[in-house]
Design a binder for this molecule. Sequence first.
Ligand code: NAG
Ligand code: NAG
Ligand code: NAG
Ligand code: NAG
Ligand code: NAG
Ligand code: ZN
Length: 943
Amino acid sequence: MKTLLVYYTLLWPFVGSSANLQNTTHDGQNQEESSVASGRLPPSLEPLHYTLHLQPFLTGNLSIHGSLHIHFRVLHVTDKVVLNMADIITNNNTVKVTRKEEGVGAEVVRQTYNPLLQLYTAHLNTHLSPNTTWSLSMDFQGFLNDKLVGFYRSTYTDDQGSTRVVAGTQFSPSDARRAFPCFDEPALKATFDIHLARPQHLTSLSNMPLLHSTSIKDQPGWVLDTFATTLPMSTYLVGFLVCDYSHQTVTASNSTHNHTLIKVWTRAEALNQTSLATRLTPSLLSFLERYFELFYPLPKLDVATMSDFKFGAMENWGLILYKESRLLHDPKKSSAKSKLRTGTIIAHELAHQWFGNLVTPAWWSELWLKEGFATYMGFVALNDTESTWETESTWEVMEQFLTLELHPALALDSLLSSHPINVEVTNPDDVSQMFDTISYKKGSSIIRMMQNFLTEKTFRKGLKNYLNTLKYKSATQEDLWKHLTDAAREDGVMGVEMSVKEVMDTWTLQMGYPVISVFRNGSTATLTQNWFTLDDEVKKLNMTEEGQTWWIPISYTTQTQLNFSQTHPQRWMSPATHTIQMTGLPNENQWIVVNVQQTGFYRVNYDANNWDLLRTQLESSHTTIHSTNRAQILNDAFSLARAGLLNYTTALGLTTYMVREEGLVPWNAVLPNLRYLLDMFGRSSSFGALRDYVRQLVVQMYDSVGFIDDLTSPLVTQLKRVVAVDQACSLAHPPCVHEASAVFEAWIADPHNTSIVTGNTAKSVLCTGLSAGVEGEWDSAWQRYRNSNVATEKVIILNSLGCTKVVWLLARYLEMAFTPDSGVRKQDASTVFTSVARNPIGRDLAWNFVQEKWTHILQYLGPGSSHLSRIVKAATKTFNTPLLFKELERFQSQHTTTGHLGSATRAVQQALESTRLNVKWMRHNYHTIVDWLAGHGFTSTIN
Ligand SMILES: *[C@@H]1O[C@H](CO)[C@@H](O)[C@H](O)[C@H]1NC(C)=O
Ligand SMILES: *[C@@H]1O[C@H](CO)[C@@H](O)[C@H](O)[C@H]1NC(C)=O
Ligand SMILES: *[C@@H]1O[C@H](CO)[C@@H](O)[C@H](O)[C@H]1NC(C)=O
Ligand SMILES: *[C@@H]1O[C@H](CO)[C@@H](O)[C@H](O)[C@H]1NC(C)=O
Ligand SMILES: *[C@@H]1O[C@H](CO)[C@@H](O)[C@H](O)[C@H]1NC(C)=O
Ligand SMILES: [Zn+2]
């Protein structure tokens, strides 16, 4: 582990910068100073209760008038009160520190502010003794910003064309301090009395139900709303909304949920798109209550949309906010894909009401404790809930977990630039970077692994105890391990020599994951574990001979057993054993599949004979192998090939059966890999051969699901249609292009008929039409974007506008993405950029734009914007030549010397890494693949 630490300090800057700040000292004063130096609050005080008044001015100067009263307890003697604060002006004369019990005050002799660490300090003339309670009160002034953090403003256009302003919050992870000074750390829970002033024609919402509204003296037209006292909670979960929205109430009479008043809020024009949310929210909430045997503890739950939002959604306790396109659903215009996304995000946010809100990670380094669980439990809840609807056949939610969460996590975690799930972080920028694929997707994937090795019953028992013991408190992963180990011991599902902690520490404290190589000899198999990385340079850097190892649950089935439901491990591989032997297997002419349903977070490689047996099985009768393991085999094979551990001929050989593959999950597992090949071949003479090969694989599925959208067909069929039509049209399958062009023409010809294009095929229709079209078509599509009332439709149009082949239209579109009032929202800048960069005609234009206009982009979006890294990623995705590598290097050094890469610093580093790997990939694999294609009758040669 030491070698690993050395290694990732190079790559993951904040590991190194913060690790040495944890100097343990028992002297209170030093402790105070050293934690403050790291940006953490001193441990001397703990908040008990906040009383907060806020008056946001949605028009005029956009200021927020605030007053605050914090009741706190002294834990260690101190002569100062330190709070987190940002973008707030304190009214210094009003600051008072008083001791309630005795009516005495402490004099505030000085007030200081450290903008870098975002810390406000009131220095006192006396020392506060331990175990006494005090209050600090102050008036202050804030600002309703437009940066989508803190208490901020967002706008939308109503059906009369007027602009409406909404004030809402995004406090997670570290921005409650922008709305009011506070102890802004997740473990510092307190209760809150919230009072919001609003103009009388608007509505205000917060975490708890409204108690009463009173008009404000001397301020005609203003009303003060008072909300019920909250339960003990973290600051990042506090939320407010001041808006002119309409709402839909979920009534107890037709809901499975009858003790929480649920309302869905959005702008009046979009209220008819809330039916999916009103149907899903109560059933998912009921499921989670039953699963954990713990009620949702609040009397109400408000759910609302924001037109401008930083994340997909935010789980504020009792007031969940969503980006509009993630919550609202129009059955005709939203695609099946966005329906699934809405289902998973609602389930995720509801699962947070337990994981995160009730029991909160003690610090952001344990973020996965809430994000991993919310993601995994969201899938479990959605899987149960959708199957109870009579009208819906299964959504195959648990199978789709593989391609939505597990495969992307495995892909990222095989890179040099990955990091462990649990890392030390202190300052807000570092904390923000924790909200990534590793916390969410790897986090949820290792939880799924754990559920399978513990069994459902034991897993659930452990979680129930964990939640019940720690409710209204904070937790670390140690707490979780303890409750799960206790449950495992009780149920006897894990050997006494093992503990959940011992196993799981190898997955949360180390980055990466293993590949298991299986070599068979008669009825014996030898299994070896090694660190899987895309690049073998990593292994050279890794200084120990053998590298890191894991506790690995081994499940398998064979051609004779065919037991694909046995996901409980038959064997364990310990970190001390690089190699184990398994005996008693069928002979070598029968295949073996290791990692049943891909429940373990690892890849599997086989000897040539077993790969060949698997290929033969897929070709003769692919459904003999469970669809999740077909997905696994395909995804593993291509990843192993990309890492140089398997020949591309073997990986490609496994795809020939796919002309008969009708499973959604196997297709979604292989397509990103074929897309990678197509991207690498994009500017080479053999592109045509590869395209023809992939296209003929897709045609049968295309024919079976058809181009014509049937919105009454099961969700999975619709999802397959999205995949098949998207592939067929983008790979220029003539019948698909023909159908899409005809629908596009009808759509252009009749701007008032909104039922011509349906959600599932919209992307293909628009992209096909626009790529053949000129200025007139582009401008019409843009008008449709402007006039659409459906956020998911707007996203599809924005994504398609980059499909045109007219270079100057692409250039204009790029400029619009970074121009105020062009009609493209700031939150959509990277969507527009990506749609241009993905177009082979637009790629060079996009890259030139980045090189020439970087300073402007940075200024327009802000150096901390998460769009910057997405832009760099999109521009460089297909780079695979030494020349482009040099250009990228020049770009990096040019802006590094001026310190102006902003939050794209790591993305540029990653782009260099992947370009270097792509160059190498071309050298090693291009000709092999060309030869394989030719051997199967696909060439680009013209006769
Ligand atoms: C931590 O403490 C040790 C000894 O107590 C001291 O030598 C070292 O300089 C301290 N490091 C920091 C970063 O304060
Ligand atoms: C008022 O308080 C702020 C900290 O909030 C401090 O920076 C500033 O110096 C104080 N002003 C005076 C006049 O004390
Ligand atoms: C702190 O105060 C409470 C009540 O005021 C008392 O019960 C408790 O014993 C005190 N604890 C310490 C450590 O003095
Ligand atoms: C709930 O029931 C009421 C009548 O009891 C009905 O008007 C309403 O449409 C139902 N809502 C849903 C979402 O089913
Ligand atoms: C809610 O529904 C459950 C089961 O349908 C029922 O037992 C319970 O009494 C109901 N509670 C209320 C407050 O209506
Ligand atoms: Zn979340």
